[in-house]
Write a protein that binds this ligand. Structure first.
Ligand code: G3H
Ligand code: 13P
Ligand code: ZN
Length: 324
């Protein structure tokens, strides 16, 4: 058993309390490799922002859970180096955990926060599974995110055509019965780079969010699927041989609005993928004789860092809050 506190990581409890009070949201960025992790830590140190590092099942398969945990541990030291010894609050979070066993193994391995995503089960099964994870996690002061409602698109390799919006009438019962520390809700965001079809109204249901907030005053809410699919990045990709047709995301103004409310955590992964792909495609196209990976992964890392610095400042509002 490795406790995250010995690794210099923090859980989400204090982060969310401060974010709620300060009307901003904590960035939850996914990482799968060293360049992504460097870009996230550099961006958050330079903007003085707390951060949640997310590890998905896909990341665990791609990079290995052991390596990712050691990388996160290294990130704590790296952040100190970049900030003259002060560091920034870093949480290591399991993204879309789907079983009790997986959550347990991450908790035992030094994660400071886990998501148990029971949203594809019946309400009763979701309550039971989430409650079991909370009971175990809280013994070690690990925070737990649950989910109610189903996002459209592919989630946990399960694909849903339509959004099943979170029913505000269920949230109090769910939080009361499970004891979760935060709740992911479905209000029209979705995973990936194709969130809306051309001609659709790319709006999220802030009215449902307000209704949920009324029933759970002061309780941390999480938004998944919150990439905005910046069109300048899509353009670079398509100008250099890519074929991303009709890639549409959530408007950054809507996310900024949500971040001022009870939304304390905003998950972003696809935008980072677009940034890296844009830089790599451009390098490959413009320098076809180059074959040193550092020559294209370096620009990709820089593009990602710039994107996340901008998100922290202009979208999440978390910049300047590392020392709250
Ligand atoms: O929730 C989805 C995240 O973007 C992670 O995706 O499972 O492909 O790593 P992944
Ligand atoms: P995006 O695909 O919109 O970046 O969402 C990421 C996410 O929700 C990770 O859990
Ligand atoms: Zn997600």
């Amino acid at each position: 058993m490795i406790n995250y506190k010995d690794l210099g990581l923090v859980n989400t409890r204090e982060m969310f309390a401060k974010a709620m009070k300060g009307h901003y949201a904590i960035p939850a960025y996914n990482f799968n490799n060293m360049e992504q992790l460097q870009a996230i830590i550099q961006a958050c140190c330079e903007t003085s922002s707390p951060v949640i590092l997310q590890v998905s099942s896909g990341a665990r398969k791609y990079a290995n859970q052991t390596l990712l945990r050691y990388m996160a541990q290294g990130a704590v030291e790296y952040a100190k180096e970049l900030t003259g010894g002060k560091g920034i609050p870093i949480c290591l979070h399991l993204d879309h955990g789907d079983t009790f066993e997986l959550c347990k193994s991450c908790i035992e391995y030094g994660f400071s926060s886990v998501m148990i995503d029971g949203s594809h089960h019946s309400y009763e099964e979701n309550v039971e599974l989430t409650r079991k994870v909370v009971e175990y996690a809280h013994k070690y002061d690990v925070s737990v995110e649950g989910e109610l409602g189903v996002l459209a698109g592919v989630e946990d390799e399960v694909s849903a055509e339509e959004h099943t919006y979170t029913q505000p009438g269920e949230v109090q019962d769910f939080v009361g019965k499970t004891g979760v520390d935060s709740l992911a809700i479905s209000i029209g965001t979705s995973h990936g780079a194709f969130k809306f079809k051309p001609g659709q109204n790319p709006k999220i249901r802030l009215d449902i969010l307000a209704e949920i907030e009324k029933r759970l005053p002061g309780f941390p809410i999480v938004l998944h699927g919150s990439s905005s699919v910046p069109q300048d990045l899509v353009k670079i990709i398509n100008e250099h041989g890519g074929k991303l047709k009709d890639a549409i995301g959530i408007g950054e103004d809507q996310l900024r609005e949500a971040a001022k409310s009870a939304v304390c955590k905003i998950n972003i992964d696809s935008d980072g993928r677009l940034a890296m792909t844009a830089a790599i495609r451009k390098e490959f196209d413009e320098k076809p004789a180059e074959f040193d990976p550092r020559k294209y992964l370096g620009p990709a890392r820089e593009m990602l860092k710039q994107l996340y610095m901008r998100k922290n400042k202009d979208v999440l509002g978390s910049a300047g809050h590392a020392e709250d």
